[in-house]
Design a binder for this molecule. Structure first.
Ligand SMILES: Cc1cc2nc3c(=O)[nH]c(=O)nc-3n(C[C@H](O)[C@H](O)[C@H](O)COP(=O)(O)OP(=O)(O)OC[C@H]3O[C@@H](n4cnc5c(N)ncnc54)[C@H](O)[C@@H]3O)c2cc1C
Length: 270
């Protein structure tokens, strides 16, 4: 039986986030909150492994009470239970504090039944750092397998996992020891539609909430206080200048284009 934990983050749908040109701030009003897209693939991967080898999938999220929505989504996809980590003391955490809190929760789960595999998305589409997964692996001393695009096999008896990692222009086959932390890319699997009975069950399921007192943690490592980085300023990138259409005869237009590219030093003059 594989004991698995999947970390899921609730994020604003960044495809719908606009920037107010007057105030230079993000307009979040009316923007739907969704499960981080990479994390949905992580849940699917864990559920597929459960179907193949047997096991249990725990979805874990740190966030405000509304984050239960993404936990219900994970339950609808086949996760067996959900835990929300919610406390005012967690707010304002950077990646170091976030990975500290998530690792502490995984340690608590591990004491109950030893955890074999932890899944994270490759990155969150709002923070975009891709640091939380490796941070958790380091804290727990788990094998770290990032950018995973395929899981070939898990050998529970031999305590091994073999995966394929997506590198630039190639794939890398890696075998590592369990327990391991895997961060996933979208190529890993196709998301399936949740069945109606599963959705109804997920809507009714009890979601356990843990606060800082439920975890063995040092309050000095949490939230803004526990975050060595701080965001000083947030602003919109400068608007791109409009494009230019080069009209006329194709040969002439190509020559004009090359001349302009040389002039702006985008390509070198031969
Ligand atoms: C000074 C400062 C203040 C901040 N204040 C806030 C704030 O008040 N509110 C706020 O929402 N953010 C805040 N942030 C952003 C916050 O630090 C990041 O959202 C967080 O550290 C996660 O990093 P990331 O989004 O880059 O995740 P990544 O490292 O890109 O995420 C990788 C994977 O890790 C897992 N993961 C990441 N975060 C979570 C989570 N919370 N729960 C479960 N799994 C997770 C997911 O599987 C995800 O796919 C602040 C950041 C800084 C530096």
């Amino acid at each position: 039986m594989l004991q698995m934990v999947v970390c899921v983050k609730q994020v604003p749908d960044t495809t719908e986030v606009r920037i107010d040109p007057r105030t230079n701030t993000l307009v979040r009003a009316g923007v739907p909150a969704i499960i981080n897209p990479f994390d949905a693939h992580a849940v699917e991967a864990a559920v597929q492994l459960k179907e193949r080898y047997g096991g249990r999938v725990t979805a874990l999220s740190m966030g405000p009470p509304q984050a239960t929505e993404v936990l219900r989504r994970a339950l609808g996809m086949g996760a067996d239970r959900a835990i929300l980590l919610s406390d005012r003391a967690f707010a304002g955490s950077d990646t170091l504090a976030t990975s500290y809190i998530l690792a502490a929760a995984i340690r608590t789960i591990d004491r109950e039944t030893p955890v074999d595999l932890v899944f994270c998305g490759k990155q969150a589409i709002d923070g975009d750092t891709a640091q939380v997964g490796p941070g958790i692996a380091t804290r727990l001393g788990f094998t770290q397998l990032t950018y995973v695009m395929a899981i070939d096999s898990v050998d529970l008896g031999g305590r091994q996992i073999q995966v394929q990692r997506k590198l630039e222009g190639k794939r890398e086959v890696v075998r590592g020891r369990l327990p391991a932390l895997v961060t996933v890319v979208k190529d890993l699997n196709e998301l399936r539609y949740a069945s109606l009975p599963a959705l109804i069950q997920a809507a009714r399921a009890e979601i356990v909430t843990w606060n800082k007192d439920n975890l063995a943690i040092d309050p000095a490592h949490l939230g803004l206080k526990g975050s060595p980085t701080s965001v000083r300023r947030i602003f919109a990138p400068p608007e791109r200048p409009g494009g230019e259409l080069i009209p006329g005869d194709p040969r002439q237009a190509a020559a004009t284009l090359v001349a302009k590219l040389v002039l702006t030093k985008i390509i070198a003059d031969k």
